[in-house]
Design a protein around this ligand. Structure first.
Ligand SMILES: NC(=O)c1ccc[n+]([C@@H]2O[C@H](COP(=O)([O-])OP(=O)(O)OC[C@H]3O[C@@H](n4cnc5c(N)ncnc54)[C@H](OP(=O)(O)O)[C@@H]3O)[C@@H](O)[C@H]2O)c1
Length: 257
């Protein structure tokens, strides 16, 4: 299937590791010019090298998307580098969960800044450029926990539930401009955050993933490349009649549609 991403320009936040890295590689492979953003320079540069080595076009922007000024600089640098913007993938984030009574205002605030306000600000900055192209795509990465919040899952599940509402409201408002907005609700996917958790717990990585896989009907934790495929599809012409929806990418683990 030709995804028709040649000449398109995509921003992928959190593009230096895990799902963001895999998505940036996939979009570049399909012909899009990709702008990857993360706080850490080293991994960002490594991914940029990988994309260039595979013949792709990329710009790496060091940015903390929980800061409004960095979001503005990111979009400006993307448009400065490639002259247009067509696709925004709001992916940067990390899990934040705890016992409710131990989650302070600062933790709540930081989670909203990283996972909700970054998406809000980047969408607001990107939309004028998407309109200029006669349309575009926004893909918000969220979490299946947004639809079925469990005990001790805050602030993440609340922030992510807001991300679902944001996706739907934005899709309705900008459909007349052919800006299609969707979310992928992730279950468990192999990525840097799990490698760090396993190392912290002193557990071998495969043992850690095997334990997580016990409650997943497909019997394994997902791969970042599997999310990347779904992102590339939603960003492409193949998904031209899909907007305002969510896809559970969780190996069947979620109890809800
Ligand atoms: N993997 C899963 O099982 C899973 C499950 C549910 C939801 N998700 C969501 O999927 C997304 C990707 O997660 P992942 O598992 O691929 O994580 P990961 O491997 O830890 O990668 C996270 C990426 O986000 C970047 N990032 C973090 N904070 C940032 C900030 N303030 N500004 C800019 N970039 C930032 C990181 O780079 P720097 O640290 O250098 O900034 C890194 O590139 C996240 O939103 C996560 O919540 C993942």
């Amino acid at each position: 299937m030709d995804l028709q991403l040649k000449n398109k320009v995509a921003i992928v936040t959190g593009g230096s590791q895990g799902i963001g890295r895999a998505s940036a590689l996939r979009l570049a492979q399909e012909g899009a010019s990709v702008v990857i953003a993360a706080r850490g320079r080293e991994l960002l540069d490594q991914v940029a090298l990988e994309i260039r080595a595979a013949g792709g076009s990329v710009a790496a922007v060091q940015a903390d998307v929980s800061r409004a000024e960095d979001c503005a600089r990111l979009v400006a640098e993307a448009v400065g580098a490639f002259g247009r913007l067509d696709i925004l993938v709001n992916n940067a984030g990390t899990s934040a969960t705890g016992e409710f009574e131990s989650v302070t205002d600062d933790i709540w605030q930081a989670d909203f800044e990283l996972k909700l306000f970054a998406a809000i600000r980047l969408a607001r900055l990107a939309i004028p450029h998407l309109k200029q192209q006669g349309g575009g795509r926004i893909v918000n990465i969220t979490n299946t926990g947004a639809k079925q919040p469990r005990a001790k899952s805050m602030p993440t599940t609340v922030t992510r539930a807001a991300g679902l509402a944001f996706t739907k409201a934005l899709s309705k408002e900008f459909a007349p401009h052919q800006i299609l907005v969707n979310t992928i609700c992730i279950g468990l996917v192999r990525a840097g955050q799990h490698e760090r958790k396993a190392a912290k717990a002193g557990v071998a990585l495969e043992q850690y993933y095997a334990k997580l896989a016990k409650d997943i009907p497909l019997g394994r934790v997902g791969r970042a490349e599997e999310v990347a495929d779904a992102i590339a599809f939603l960003a492409s012409e193949a998904a031209s009649y899909i907007t305002g929806t969510s896809i559970n990418l969780d190996g069947g683990a979620s109890a809800v549609l």
